[in-house]
Design a protein around this ligand. Structure first.
Ligand SMILES: O=C[C@H](O)[C@H](O)[C@H](O)COP(=O)(O)O
Length: 224
């Protein structure tokens, strides 16, 4: 079986009756939604808060009850994917362009579980170009600033068209090479004019479930 699916199905075991569940985005999360939808059909009572229009659509198709932040701002558990995961459980996310809404959903969850196959585990973040969501207005200016920081920004395109996020913004994919201090890079980037947010999720994941050739590995945040 696909390792993404194996990690996703393992994470769904953590969902309990009555929970409000943050629903991440991406292909690994899609497997999670199918497993969660099955449990809902079997009687599990939960409500989900989706982190993208794509996730919202699939969750609805699978019969997962949804709410939004006008109903509650408390999330018991969020389950999300990642593009890179380092040994301190810092993440790069946003390969699918959903980083801003994912960060809002993941940040207000009591617990964040990340699901991935083993290809996402790295010793240092940065092989995957860092997605940075920026305003369309003056994005060239923002790109210049990112260039001065050594980021080599590339405006994301999909199917030949400039990619537009769910928030009607652009994504700049920025290759910084190895990122030694992810939290610091994020702090620097979010201060630039036009930057909405970055795909660095530093110190947010509580658990990471990785499937490697069918075997589950569980990484947990170190307690301070
Ligand atoms: O914007 C997309 C998200 O951050 C995804 O969670 C991430 O790109 C991982 O996606 P996938 O599970 O498809 O590899």
């Amino acid at each position: 079986m696909d390792d993404k699916r194996i990690a996703a199905e393992e994470a769904v075991k953590y969902v309990k009756n009555g929970m409000t569940v943050g629903l991440g985005s991406g292909s690994t999360v899609d497997f999670m939604l199918h497993a969660l939808g099955k449990r809902v059909q079997e009687g599990l009572q939960i409500q989900g808060i989706p982190s993208s229009k794509k996730t919202e659509k699939l969750a609805k198709e699978l019969g997962i009850p949804l709410v939004d932040f006008s109903v509650t701002t408390h999330i018991d558990l969020a389950i999300d994917g990642a593009d890179e995961i380092d040994p301190s459980l810092n993440l790069i996310k946003g390969g699918g362009g959903s980083l801003v809404r994912e960060k809002v959903v993941d940040a207000c969850a009591d617990e964040l579980i990340i699901i991935a196959d083993s290809s996402k585990v790295v010793s240092t973040l940065g092989r995957f170009p860092l997605p940075v969501e920026v305003l369309t207005f003056g994005f060239e200016v923002t790109a210049e600033y990112i260039k001065k920081l050594g980021g080599d920004p590339v405006l994301r395109r999909k199917d030949g068209e400039v990619f537009i996020s769910d928030n009607r913004n652009y994504i700049l994919d920025c290759s910084f090479g190895h990122i030694d201090d992810a939290a610091r890079l994020h702090e620097t980037l979010v201060k630039l004019v036009g930057v909405v947010d970055t795909g660095i999720f530093a110190d947010m994941a509580d658990k990471v479930i990785v499937a490697n050739k069918g075997e589950i590995e569980l990484f947990q945040k170190k307690q301070e």
